[in-house]
Design a binder for this molecule. Structure first.
Ligand code: HQG
Length: 179
């Protein structure tokens, strides 16, 4: 079983294109895991897929991207579907981080961090993850530090993705500095 491939396809189905699998995400992004298994099994690659495979793909992944619970499965962050998934509002840690390609910096310092193609801005709890995120687009990404508690106290809302990934609707530039 190729668990990395499975995890990637779970992200595709649960973050970006549930309709391709005839799935509908609920308010919090959950779908029935039996229904998802049935949809995956209909494709040529996943004919033998079962719940243990889902559990293992989630558990062995380098990041906590998905969650499976009480017969349901969801992606914890990353969504781009048109209907915005509701996330739990939570006070963030003092600072959060974001890795971005060098060419985005000037714009970010003017308009702040925007969700772009996703539903939320994604922030990292530590610099090593932020660096890894930034490296997807630039081999020498810029690391940004966000004064999250200060923003929170001024009314900027934060949401928890998982222990490492925090979400926001918009981070205005006054809370952002380069490192
Ligand atoms: C940039 C992956 C110009 C932003 C990752 C980023 C993460 C701006 C890009 C998660 C901007 C959006 C999300 C502005 C933001 N002007 N550029 N005003 N505001 N940007 O992929 O945060 O591994 O949608 O800096 O690891 O890179 O798949 O967001 O470069 O956790 O689980 O616009 O996706 O998770 O890119 O990554 P993305 P992201 P997985």
């Amino acid at each position: 079983m190729d668990y990395i491939r499975l995890s990637k396809e779970l992200s595709y189905a649960l973050r970006h294109a549930p309709w391709e699998y005839e799935l509908e995400l609920d308010e919090e992004g959950w779908v029935n895991s039996e229904q998802l298994l049935r949809a995956f099994r209909e494709t040529s690659h996943w004919k033998e897929l079962n719940e243990q495979h889902l559990l293992k793909a989630i558990e062995t992944s380098d990041k906590k991207r998905h969650e499976i619970k009480d017969g349901r499965i969801r992606a914890l962050y990353g969504h781009s579907t048109p209907h915005k998934i509701s996330k739990q509002v939570e006070k963030p840690p003092e600072v959060l981080f974001h890795g971005t390609p060098r060419f985005s910096l000037a714009n970010i310092m003017i308009e702040g961090l925007l969700p772009r193609g996703r539903q939320y801005v994604h922030l990292s709890a530590d610099t090593s993850m932020a660096l890894q995120v930034g490296k997807r687009r630039d081999n020498r990404p810029v690391l940004l530090q966000i004064r999250a508690v200060e923003a929170w106290l001024n009314g900027i809302v934060f949401y928890k993705g998982n222990d490492q990934v925090w979400l926001a609707d918009h981070i205005p530039p006054q809370y952002i500095q380069t490192m």
